[in-house]
Design a protein around this ligand. Sequence first.
Ligand SMILES: C[S@@+](CC[C@H](N)C(=O)[O-])C[C@H]1O[C@@H](n2cnc3c(N)ncnc32)[C@H](O)[C@@H]1O
Length: 213
Amino acid sequence: MSIAQRAMGNRAFSLVYEKAWRPIFTRGFSLGGSSTADYDRALRAYLARPGDRRVLDIACGPGNYSRDAASGLTDEGRYVGLDFSAAMLAQASRDNRGERIAFVRGDAHRLPFADDTFDTVLCLAALYLIPDPLPVLDEMMRVCAPGGEIIVFTSARASVAALPGADLAAGLIGLRIFGRDELLSRLSALGADHREQTITGVGQYVHARKPKE
Ligand SMILES: C[S@@+](CC[C@H](N)C(=O)[O-])C[C@H]1O[C@@H](n2cnc3c(N)ncnc32)[C@H](O)[C@@H]1O
């Protein structure tokens, strides 16, 4: 298990993750590019829009997007956060409980949900930690309902992350740097449409839709 993966299972790390670590890490993603923090704020506002949606947040950590993503939900709308770290989920249950919020322990590679279940499927700041990440996109598309959306935030081989040695340095702590087209190509092969990518420094936001049937 990599250093990064071990940290995710650590109780002390899960305690400081949302308030201390994630804001610093988010700013770090802006290295040499536009503000990841600005895009993050815009994403939170977008997730908070009103609607009767089922939202799945894969690798939700301590549920740091749950309040925003659940705040606008109406009717049968629900937010489900999934993670395989018991420490992160314990923190999520302490800090981010809510009427429409549920947390589930599971593996992103084998999502315990039926096909076409969710309107919004998120995977934020996690794919770069997962040793075999592209099949996770397959699972995201599988559980996404026709007409639903997929939103990913992860690393991108851009700015300083495109310099020689960057892959090696990231790999030493268990982080992967994605090629600029890697996620878009996989999503295209899976039939996703309206694919958009925003590169912010060494990070990328990808937004795609599963076609309506
Ligand atoms: C850096 S945190 C991201 C938390 C949150 N999504 C965010 O944007 O801040 C990465 C999370 O991915 C989880 N994770 C890593 N591999 C996973 C897998 N295969 N299945 C489920 N969760 C996984 C870790 O336990 C950790 O909580």
